[in-house]
Design a protein around this ligand. Sequence first.
Ligand code: FAE
Length: 547
Amino acid sequence: MTDAHLHDKTPKGVSRRRFITGTGSILGAVTLAGHTTPAQAKAALVPAPIPPGAHVPALVIGTGYGGSVAALRLAQAGIDVHMIEMGMAWDTPGPDGKIFANTTKPDRRSYWLRTKTKQPLSNFLGFPIDKAIPRYTGILDAEEMGGIIVYQGRGVGGGSLVNGGMAVTPRRENFPAVLPSVNTDEMYNVYYPRANSALGVSTIDPAWFETAECYQYARVGRKHAQRSGFPFVFVPDVYDWDYMKQEAAGTVPKSALEGEILYGNNYGKKSLQKTYIAQARATGRVAISPLHKVTSVRPAATGGYTVVIDEINTNGDTVTTKSVTADRVFFAAGSVGTSKLLTKLKATGALPGLNSEVGKGWGDNGNVMCGRANHLWDPTGKLQSSIPCSGIDNWAAGGAFAEVAPLPTGIETFASFYLSITKNPHRAQFTWNAATGTADLNWQTAWKQPSIDMAKTIFDKINAKEGTIYRTDLFGAYKIWGDHLTYHPLGGAVLNKATDNYGRLHGHPGLYVIDGALIPGNTSVNPFVTITALAERNIERIIAADL
Ligand code: FAE
């Protein structure tokens, strides 16, 4: 790389001298002097927790899928990265010797700054099951906004800490509707394979599936789907299937077979901490500051951006407010986090160049849940793996793809449980509320009706065929549909609208969006593989063209 090249590609507003120093002496020293040793390069990395006044070449807000991809690829390109994460590091065991709490015994580790649990399945046999817990910076955020509860992971690893690990690539024919401005061939030939490989995605051994006690519920799901003529598909996951076999054999500590999901997974799941983030740290160029929350980004007088960060304690209180500078900032705070931040920064004049697409195009991936009551001769099993491995694909005919999900209660429930992803057309918008100082979302509860209708194309038919009924006791006293929530927030800073076709925010060179906020509301399947693959595509272009 020549000096002239550096000059050409320096973002507007970042002085060339600043950019070279700002790259932690890595690009600068390596290319201009050619003498930097790995030890010197490492010494230049700003340590965590990030000190006030620090200057970093690349600052990544959030440590979920988008952020982890950005950090790894930037580091591999020789650029020092600092990741800022509002949640905890999740690297220290609690009093029970485990890092994460069990799903059946939520404690302070389970929820983000709540004094009572907010379980997605709020009731059982009609009775509320939420309970009091101490307020703490726990792992699962149940964020209540505009008529919907949006569940999100908090901590180093983002959503990968709490999710089911279902790693689904959309059917190729559905992709153009998901991301119309992205080349389908490139995604399926290059970036989906790259993402799947780096995430460690694989599919359950079909022979083991047939006999495993813990997947009786999925086999019942298959039987019912097929008897009604629906295509039943195995769904890949990032869980280590060999580990699960050992759990079933009783030779290792149990995780999926102990019902762990939602509040973290102690053993078999390959969260980002074990994949992208581990690789990123191994480069020696990535530092992570947990319990740090970005509250502002604005152009710095000296070039680059000033980033304001609150360091918080485990009660959620701000301990210190720090100001740092960064040559480039990657927004990877998740669909909700990125959208809220950008909406605020545009409205308050911190980033006046952002366009009017910011905050728009937010959707819930059409999530809706339901349970079915099976006959007594059709038990789904006491032991249920918390990791789903299968789904019912009625996307083309009915606009719904349903995960056959577990109900890992430890007792026989005679219930089949499903999370459907549907082609819900509604999109909401974040707007700044100056009176409350919050970014509000205008989602409406009634907007879930199309999702219910699409899910019914599957389950009304199965119920009619099997002579069964919906469970009415899981989401309230008499409520069939879990239509109050989403696990899959998407959009709010949509690709090729709020940003260019690679995630560069309009109006502010050197600012990028690289997470689920780029995807306009729906992916037709579970989203994280698409978020990861899109981030791989975008960062490759950004590194090649901008750095
Ligand atoms: P995400 O992973 O949410 O990461 C954003 C990170 O930014 C988080 O760690 C935040 O704490 C952090 N952050 C936010 N604001 C700030 C700030 N101001 N300063 C510093 N840090 C901040 O974003 N998807 C699937 O594909 N398959 C599944 O099986 C699946 N199951 C799920 C189950 C549950 C219970 C949940 C909640 C989600 C599930 N998902 C699943 C969704 C998936 O986890 C989600 O789409 C991705 O995690 C989104 O990735 P992003 O990189 O956009």
